[in-house]
Write a protein that binds this ligand. Structure first.
Ligand SMILES: C[S@@+](CC[C@H](N)C(=O)[O-])C[C@H]1O[C@@H](n2cnc3c(N)ncnc32)[C@H](O)[C@@H]1O
Length: 373
């Protein structure tokens, strides 16, 4: 039994009852055995589909609950080296402010590949990389196709401006971009984004303009939509969210304010799903966790698989670059829309009620949400 967690042992013994008990008690589902298999992967390797499902569903439920805890109650994660990957240390390690205050560079990180390009942070990590272009193109297509021209678009996080360039090809009536890094804003200016007639650039963190953290002073300086329509931030037919160093908590915070930015039932929202993205099972579990958090605020999600050749991918200049095997699974592009109604039971079963100052509306019938704001 060496190198096995109790959950692994329960899987090996094919005991659904014990697996269920461990998952009900928040057993670590991301711990590896000596052969690098987590309990869920062990169940798959042994062909135990039902046990795998118990672990999968338990992991989704437990991770979902973790992110609903107040920050002060989030348990400090241990640093067990057998953890395959964990999101739970993020609230203690992610520092959006530090990233925004440090320099970034725009350059070709691999001169041996002509045309390669990236935005790189001061730790040498890629903030945004040219190889992500196909993913951005597909995300823009899924968001915009069939919507017609003259739509209202909001993108949060400019990076290399890849998705914004694709958004422009769909001829939006107005296109708002929120970006917080001063050097990125300079890059945008240099590349003519401030001169585009249908583009409005909001300089600052998205939290400065949206949600409970925004300051009324800042709201006053939000220019009207290009073309004169709309006051303040407005509402949007298409929304994309892709920031950096905000982690899953940033994602949840954004979701909690996203519904009231959507123009109505046909509005579409997407985000870059990079959560546990170098691990197929982790990524799948976090796609579900994100679906639950979205449902809580009246938003439905649908995921589209999209593959990029793993040989073209890289995520960092650090020596611990992920292997081909770690990257060889499709990305998941979420397309989200307002759910017509969210049953009370969904919200109650989640055991979560947002603090009143975080979500200034009751999300039970989504029609009430946009009628009331
Ligand atoms: C991954 S890049 C976005 C890439 C973009 N989707 C593209 O197609 O090029 C993330 C961007 O979000 C910006 N960012 C990070 N934190 C932010 C915040 N709190 N508010 C607004 N922008 C932020 C970063 O400076 C960076 O430009």
């Amino acid at each position: 039994m060496e190198g096995l967690t109790p959950l692994h042992v329960a899987v090996e013994r094919r005991s659904e009852k014990h697996v269920r008990w461990y998952m009900d008690h928040d057993a670590p589902w991301e711990m590896q055995d000596n052969g690098s298999l987590t309990p869920g992967e062990l169940a798959l390797a042994l062909g135990l589909r039902r046990i795998f499902n118990i672990i999968f569903e338990g992991a989704v439920r437990n991770e979902y609950r973790f992110w609903n805890l107040p920050l002060t109650e989030m348990p400090w994660p241990d640093e067990n080296p057998y953890r395959r990957a964990s999101m739970r240390q993020q609230p203690f390690s992610i520092r959006n402010g530090d990233y925004l205050n440090a320099p970034v560079t725009y350059r070709n990180p691999r001169p041996e590949i002509p045309g390669d390009f990236a935005m790189i942070d001061d730790q040498g990590n890629g903030v945004m990389m040219e190889w992500e272009r196909p993913l951005m193109k597909e995300s823009a297509r899924l968001l915009c196709e069939g919507m017609g021209e003259g739509k209202s678009i909001l993108n949060i996080g400019f990076g290399l401006g890849i998705i914004d360039s694709y958004f422009q090809t769909y001829s939006p009536a107005n296109h708002t971009i929120i970006e917080a890094h001063p050097q990125c804003l300079k890059y945008m200016r240099k590349n003519g984004w401030y001169d585009k007639p249908n583009v409005r650039i909001l300089e600052g963190r998205w939290q400065d303009f949206i949600g409970p953290m925004f300051s009324p002073k800042k709201v006053k300086r939000i220019p009207d939509q290009p073309g004169g329509g709309g006051k303040g931030l407005g509402r949007f037919d298409i929304i994309y969210f892709d920031t950096y160093q905000e982690g899953y908590l940033g994602h949840v915070h954004f979701l909690r304010v996203a519904a009231r930015l959507m123009s109505g039932p046909s509005a579409r929202l997407s985000f870059f799903h990079g959560h546990l993205c170098k691990w197929k099972l982790g990524k799948e579990i976090y796609a579900e966790v994100a679906r639950w958090h979205a449902l809580d605020v009246g938003i439905n999600s649908e995921y589209h698989d999209f593959s990029i050749d793993p040989d073209k991918e890289w995520t960092s200049f650090n020596p611990n670059k992920p292997s081909r095997e770690q990257l060889d699974h499709p990305w998941k592009i979420p397309i989200c829309a307002l759910a017509p109604t969210v049953q009370r039971s969904v919200r109650r079963a989640s055991g979560w009620a947002a603090p009143i100052n975080e979500v200034p509306y009751e999300v039970l019938d989504i029609r009430k949400v946009w009628d009331s704001i």
